[in-house]
Design a protein around this ligand. Structure first.
Ligand code: ADP
Ligand code: MG
Length: 153
């Protein structure tokens, strides 16, 4: 099972997918979130963060580029690189240091930092389909594959 896909009829289904993913995830994972504006990337992240114990708001890191959450089990870093333009900013901000064995990183618009952002263990692609969404997971590493196996069982 290096791929997994399905439908998400409404917002609550996207939140539930994020929660299910949280139960299968582990620190050290890097997840790239692909899909157009409004596809549900941040909604998925909200579901994941809530399931890992986050009780506050989830801000879209559109301007800050990253929001970090120190959660009971481990830290989650949520990137949104839509407005990322300057590769030097990546280094100046020390973003590479966010990607380590003790945290989970989710990256919206990873292509904006191509060559700088670490390679993903899992790519999740979301797409608008009628009133709902579709999702497609692909594992690109052994760690990612183990996670998708736990997700499917
Ligand atoms: P992105 O981060 O990909 O730009 P968002 O997560 O901000 O997108 O979601 C955009 C909108 O889509 C939100 O209003 C959200 O409620 C809605 N949404 C999320 N998942 C679904 C779904 N499965 N069906 C219908 N609407 C959804
Ligand atoms: Mg978003």
């Amino acid at each position: 099972t290096s791929v997994q896909s399905g439908g998400l009829p409404d917002e609550s289904a996207t939140l539930a997918l994020g929660a299910a993913f949280a139960a299968a995830a582990e620190p050290g994972l890097t997840v790239h979130l692909l899909g157009d504006l409004g596809a549900g990337k941040t909604t998925f992240t909200r579901g994941l963060l809530a399931a890992l114990g986050h009780r506050g708001k989830v801000k879209s890191p559109t301007y800050t580029l990253v929001e970090s959450y120190a959660l009971p089990e481990y830290s989650v870093h949520h990137f949104d690189l839509y407005r990322f333009a300057d590769p030097e900013e990546w280094n100046d901000a020390g973003f590479s240091e966010y990607f380590g064995q003790d945290s989970l990183c989710l990256v919206e618009w990873p292509d904006k930092a191509r060559g700088l952002a670490p390679a993903p263990d899992i790519v999740l692609e979301l797409a608008v389909a009628g009133d709902g969404r579709t999702y497609h997971f692909q594992a690109l590493s052994q760690t990612g594959q183990s996670c998708l196996i736990r997700l499917s069982t």
